[in-house]
Design a binder for this molecule. Structure first.
Ligand SMILES: *[C@@H]1O[C@H](CO)[C@@H](O)[C@H](O)[C@H]1NC(C)=O
Ligand SMILES: *[C@@H]1O[C@H](CO)[C@@H](O)[C@H](O)[C@H]1NC(C)=O
Ligand SMILES: *[C@@H]1O[C@H](CO)[C@@H](O)[C@H](O)[C@H]1NC(C)=O
Ligand SMILES: *[C@@H]1O[C@H](CO)[C@@H](O)[C@H](O)[C@H]1NC(C)=O
Ligand SMILES: *[C@@H]1O[C@H](CO)[C@@H](O)[C@H](O)[C@H]1NC(C)=O
Ligand SMILES: *[C@@H]1O[C@H](CO)[C@@H](O)[C@H](O)[C@H]1NC(C)=O
Length: 442
């Protein structure tokens, strides 16, 4: 299996590398499927390897969560279009002083462009109006956006690079008693702010960037019809003003279209900044459903179907390229399992990412530590002393989410759980036996 994947990788690399830039760069023809590349992981894959893998997969657009030279620099001269980002904790700084935004754009946009990195967007914050942020970024996001766009304009880059704000789909909704797209509008508590933001973006020819997660619709509502999350029908359609909705992605996207109409910008361009399906950490997060979701979604993209209100070509970024085993699990245990690839760079399932009709997702070869594991030693003296604390410690420093309810290892025995916790800690710490707890044996 691994050997076959490696062979495909080498061949695909040789054949696709020269094509990647020209075949997808123009934004015409088939849908522009990009990926999100996050790096909250204990063992990051070398950025140059990641970039080579993007090219091998025909991926021509990548969205990042910061502007770190470690990941941005290898994208130079690849033809891959890039969305860089100002992290949320920098918004207040940039909002407070236009000169700081200018310096940010100089260092993190101008310099990269000169070095050959094709920066197209600067994401100002990431989902800053999430309800879980308690409104803490409400006052700084729009000023930071304005400062950033003006800095880009001042540097003469405003036509090529657009400042945007990736927002969670919870910034708009339809009333509970009228759950159809045409009843949608921006959330009441931020409506005036959203109207200002979308008019500013529209004036600058910048798109609305929205993250849409059918999985979360299902996760948050136990009565949500499973089939409505996917794209094969099999669920009662929603009828709305002559339109027929057979899946929640379309319904959600068109709720945004209606919200934009009501905000006075009916033709504003929309980019889907994140869309995907996790493979562990919840009863609906598994490889079978993820593959079903991506199969349906990518077919829709290749055929340029669009949504009922916006038929045709779409720009989308899959979330995410690689699993991130250090993400916060506050939103749910699935949060560490969004990758198309496992954290060690292996495709989780075959998929047709480039739209060339071949199920050829290419991974990355990484080096592994020796094949040795930790197992719980039942014969150890004092074995139960401090055990819960030790397991807790291991699981707060390594990823134990597969043990949770509905997850892939939820059915392990009590001792199996303990072995899992110690072993994943051992591996995450690079098998450093100095860090072993007394009750573990390797
Ligand atoms: C450029 O981006 C990096 C990484 O996100 C950040 O640490 C740095 O402060 C930014 N530069 C300026 C001048 O703000
Ligand atoms: C939001 O408020 C809740 C409850 O008051 C608190 O637990 C949480 O830490 C707050 N989040 C932020 C980002 O301030
Ligand atoms: C945002 O500004 C409003 C109006 O000036 C103020 O009432 C509110 O406390 C501010 N919120 C934050 C989180 O700073
Ligand atoms: C879901 O769709 C499948 C066909 O894709 C169908 O066989 C099944 O009955 C549907 N389930 C429900 C609950 O409607
Ligand atoms: C765990 O075991 C129960 C009972 O045998 C079974 O119903 C369930 O599907 C299993 N879960 C997983 C994730 O294997
Ligand atoms: C194993 O750990 C998981 C997650 O903490 C828990 O849900 C499960 O009940 C445990 N299994 C046993 C047999 O203790």
């Amino acid at each position: 299996m691994a050997a076959a994947a490696a062979a495909v990788g080498v061949v695909a690399l040789l054949l696709l590398l020269p094509l990647a830039a020209s075949a997808y760069g123009d934004g015409l023809g088939r849908a522009a499927v990009g990926v999100n590349w996050g790096t909250m992981t204990s063992h990051p894959i070398l950025p140059c390897e990641v970039v080579r893998m993007l090219a091998a997969n025909g991926v021509a657009r990548v969205k990042m969560f910061d502007a770190d030279p470690w990941t941005a620099a290898p994208l130079a001269h690849t033809g891959i279009q890039v969305m860089l980002a100002v992290p949320n904790d920098q918004l207040a700084r940039l909002a407070g002083d236009p000169r700081r935004a200018y310096r940010w754009a100089e260092q993190n946009v101008s310099a990269y462009l000169e070095a050959g990195v094709d920066v197209r967007y600067v994401a100002v914050g990431n989902e800053p109006f999430l309800k879980s942020y308690n409104g803490s970024l409400i006052n700084v996001t729009f000023p930071a956006l304005k400062n950033m766009q003006r800095a880009l304009d001042k540097l003469g880059l405003g036509d090529h690079v657009k400042a945007v704000v990736p927002l969670n789909a919870d910034v708009y909704n339809s009333p509970e008693n009228k759950p159809v797209p045409s009843a949608g509008s921006f959330r009441k508590d931020i409506n005036a702010l959203m109207v200002d933001i979308v008019n500013f973006l529209n004036m600058n020819n910048a798109p609305f960037v929205v993250n849409i997660y059918p999985f979360l619709s299902l996760y948050q509502n136990p009565n949500f019809p499973l089939n409505f999350s996917f794209f094969d029908g099999g669920s009662k359609p929603v009828y709305d003003k002559g339109m027929v909705y057979t899946n929640v992605f379309d319904a959600n996207f068109d709720t945004l279209v209606w919200s934009l109409r009501k905000a006075g910008v009916p033709d504003m361009k929309i980019i889907v900044g994140e869309v995907g399906w996790p493979t562990d950490g919840d009863k609906h997060a598994n490889v079978r459903y993820a593959q079903k979701f991506y199969d349906g979604f990518l077919k829709k993209m290749v055929r340029n179907i669009g949504t009922p209100l916006r038929p045709g070509w779409m720009e989308v970024y899959l979330f995410a390229l690689i699993d991130e085993n250090q993400k916060s699990v506050l939103p749910g245990r699935f949060e560490r399992h969004w990758g198309l690839l496992t954290y060690d760079g292996k495709p989780k399932f075959s998929m047709d990412l480039s739209g060339d009709g071949l199920d050829n997702l290419v991974g990355v070869e990484v080096e592994y530590l020796p094949a040795q594991w930790c197992v719980f030693n039942k014969d150890a003296k004092d074995k139960y002393k401090d055990l819960p604390a030790a397991v807790n410690y291991a699981c707060s420093n390594a990823d134990c989410t597969p043990l949770g309810y509905g997850s892939s290892c939820n059915n392990l025995s009590h001792d199996g759980n303990i072995s899992y916790a110690f072993n994943i800690y051992f591996q995450t710490m690079d098998q450093d036996s100095q860090r072993q707890w007394r009750t573990g044996k390797c």
